[in-house]
Ligand binder design. Structure first.
Ligand SMILES: NC(=O)c1ccc[n+]([C@@H]2O[C@H](COP(=O)([O-])OP(=O)(O)OC[C@H]3O[C@@H](n4cnc5c(N)ncnc54)[C@H](OP(=O)(O)O)[C@@H]3O)[C@@H](O)[C@H]2O)c1
Length: 275
């Protein structure tokens, strides 16, 4: 029996690597992208690709309807992955920018889950895998909007896991650290769209932010390729006992440990120095 998995945000990065990887491992992948152009490109690569914009509930409704039709009525797995980072200090962040961030990174994911869950519950099996982040575990300056969205995804997923206990539907979080994708390029665009550095008391720090976001290639020696999220994803989909959390990269493992061990004021001192 085919196991259909819907993946969001497949135009690049972790979503695209997941689509390739899951296909190679025998899953029937339904790859979704925000733009029709990207969906068409994926179709040329032999994928079943649909359009699904997480910031637009009507697009989610249409995307899920198409995915369920393609999958014969129910999905085995959902990899909630599509998201972006909105950089900028919270004091400089227009309310609308925070709203947009949460609409894509949180509310859209919820809207999607509520539509695929009934089929999973009726079948008595299913996997919901949420792509969180190291920034869902610890906060960093100028990442407030993104931190808020990923901390929310952590709490959301923990709650959902408790509520689905015993149903056969499992919820897992993947928690990547730095991964070499288009994430920084997309974050730079979001920064330029919403933040006016000239007006900010953080303008000097923002020059560093932009430098970091414009740097090409891996952002540091602990950066991993997007394929590094595939083994945890496969485990979450295949294992009889999927884990609640899959940290990916050394920095995630380190900070997951430090936040348990250190008093907040010590952790703050470390985090304030991090880029
Ligand atoms: N890269 C990292 O260092 C890192 C670390 C921790 C967690 N993550 C998480 O990993 C996931 C994938 O990111 P990535 O690193 O692979 O970055 P990426 O290459 O920028 O991919 C992000 C994907 O999300 C899609 N997306 C953005 N807004 C969307 C919307 N409104 N509706 C549907 N899709 C949308 C993008 O589509 P478009 O091309 O149309 O914009 C793109 O396909 C995200 O959840 C991110 O938070 C990444």
């Amino acid at each position: 029996m085919s196991r259909f998995v819907l993946i969001t945000g497949c135009s690049s990065g972790i979503g695209l690597a997941a689509a390739h990887g899951l296909r190679q491992h025998g899953f029937s992948v339904i790859a979704s992208t925000r733009s029709e152009e990207d969906a068409a490109r994926l179709r040329r690569e032999g994928f079943t690709a649909i359009r699904l914009d997480l910031a637009d509930p009507a697009s989610i409704d249409a995307g899920v309807a198409e995915a369920l039709f393609l999958a014969g009525g129910r999905l085995y797995g959902l990899f909630n992955n599509g998201a972006y980072g909105q950089p900028g200090a919270l004091e400089d962040l227009p309310t609308e920018a925070l709203r947009e961030q949460l609409e894509t990174n949180l509310i859209g994911w919820h809207h999607l889950i509520r539509q695929v869950l009934p089929g999973m519950l009726a079948a008595g099996e299913g996997r919901i895998i949420q792509n969180s982040s190291i920034l869902g575990l610890v906060a960093m300056r100028f990442r407030g909007a993104y931190n808020t969205s990923k901390f929310a995804i952590e709490g959301y997923s923990d709650t959902l896991r408790l509520e689905l206990a015993g149903t056969g539907v499992h919820v897992s979080l993947i928690e990547p650290g730095p991964i070499d994708t288009r994430f920084r390029v997309n974050a730079r665009d979001a920064f330029l769209r919403h933040i006016d550095p000239k007006e900010s008391r953080h303008k000097k720090a923002y020059r560093q932010t932009l430098k970091r976001l414009e740097k090409e290639g891996p952002s540091g020696r602990f950066t991993l390729p997007p394929e590094s999220c595939l083994p945890p994803l496969l485990h979450a989909l295949n294992s009889r006992r999927p884990r609640a959390r899959y940290p990916v990269t050394f920095p995630t493992r380190l900070f997951a440990l430090l936040r348990r061990l250190l008093p907040t004021c010590w952790l703050d001192r470390l985090l304030v120095k991090s880029a």
